[in-house]
Write a protein that binds this ligand. Structure first.
Ligand SMILES: *Cc1c(COP(=O)(O)O)cnc(C)c1O
Length: 365
């Protein structure tokens, strides 16, 4: 059997290591996973109640267009219903965008260290990814503009950027959008939008009216804590949404996800509480990294990238033996690990383990 030639060398996505696997392999009873930017406070109790009610309907196909959820979200965002598309996570929306717009030979621009799903999907379509180096962990929008050619179809801006946690400001973004050719799509991945507290962070939904080439991606997987249910979405002008809709599977999001997302959306108090607790965690971890003399990128998300001072894989293994799972494996930052912001207890356990590993090295224990 002969596959499409462009997929042969595509790596399979490596998710964070599962807790159960680590417990089994290392014989540990307590393991803390700070590897996948999951919400350590779970999800709104309202979401769980909504799922209970929906369990009566498992034999019935979901509403493929997610009509009720679309209506709720349109009202929440103050956009038209025809401006929203849902996916099985925003991962799927990324795949749908590449499927709808990229063909073999097209060029697509992204940062050199960002969410890997843009490039893997571009590869699948046979498009060429032009990777522009981050500058101090931040998107180089000017550098990205310089790479635009007549072949450029899509520019991806992950804001906050995963894994560095940096943001581009509203002023920087608007100046960039003013200069991107109108036939080049700009996808702003705002998976961590609800976590950001910095006033310079762009409010992009109002920008959709002015920039017809803009797509904003958000998700219920992160602050809403519904990663298991796979609900993410894209917001853009109706023309773009209707094109993406053409390549969407008829029932791509399910009943449990749709009803839980509606309930989660209605519980903004939960979101606010998680955002506040996250910022406390960020302040604590950044303070501890400073105390330990470790370089980090000041973060706007629910994760932080810190210099481990050695190959990240070594720090990953050493922390694993202490029962903490973090994320290594960032090509451009081979000595950095990404750690998700946990609860106060989890953050303290992480720092304790980190300090133990750092000390063990200097004392040779
Ligand atoms: C987690 C994440 C997503 C996708 O999450 P879904 O669970 O597929 O909605 C998208 N972009 C970035 C940058 C992420 O970190």
């Amino acid at each position: 059997m002969k596959p499409k030639s462009q997929i042969v060398n595509i790596p399979v996505y490596k998710p964070g290591k599962p807790i159960e696997e680590v417990k089994r392999e290392l014989g540990l009873s307590e393991v803390i996973k700070l590897a996948s930017n999951e919400n350590p406070y779970g999800s709104s109790p309202k979401a769980r109640e909504a799922i209970q009610a929906e369990l009566m309907n498992l034999s019935i196909y979901p509403d493929g267009s997610a009509g009720d959820l679309t209506a709720d979200l349109a009202e929440h965002l103050n956009v038209g219903r025809e401006q929203i598309i849902f996916g099985a996570g925003s991962d799927e929306v990324i795949a749908l965008i590449t499927r709808a717009f990229l063909v073999s030979g097209d060029e697509t621009i992204m940062a050199d260290q960002t969410f890997s799903v843009y490039k893997s999907n571009a590869d699948i379509e046979g498009a060429v990814s032009i990777e522009v180096p981050l500058v101090e962990g931040k998107h180089d929008l000017e550098g990205m503009l310089e790479k635009v050619t007549s072949k450029t179809k899509i520019i991806w801006v992950c804001n906050p950027n995963n894994p560095t946690g940096t943001i581009v400001s509203e002023a920087e973004l608007v100046s960039f959008l003013d200069r991107v050719p109108q036939d080049v799509m700009v996808v702003l991945d705002e998976a961590y939008y609800e976590y950001v507290t910095d006033a310079a962070y762009p409010q992009t939904i109002p920008l959709l009216a002015k920039y017809a080439n803009l797509v904003v991606l958000r998700t219920f997987s992160k602050i809403y804590g519904l990663a298991a249910l796979r609900i993410g979405y894209g917001v853009a002008q109706p023309e773009i949404i209707s094109l993406i809709n053409k390549v969407r599977e008829p029932f791509n999001t399910n009943r449990l996800g749709q009803s839980a997302a509606r309930a989660a959306l209605s519980d903004q108090a939960f979101v606010t509480q998680c955002r506040d607790l996250n910022r406390e965690g960020v302040t604590y971890l950044q303070g501890e990294f400073e105390r330990l003399g470790l370089h980090y990128y000041a973060t706007h998300g629910n994760f932080i990238m810190v210099d481990a001072g050695r190959p990240a894989g070594e720090m990953f293994d050493a922390l694993l033996r202490q029962g903490i799972i973090v994320r290594p494996g960032f090509q451009v930052y081979p000595a950095y690990i990404r750690v998700s912001i946990g609860t106060k207890e989890q953050n303290e356990a992480f720092i304790k383990a980190l300090e133990y590993v750092l000390k063990a090295e200097t004392t040779g224990v």
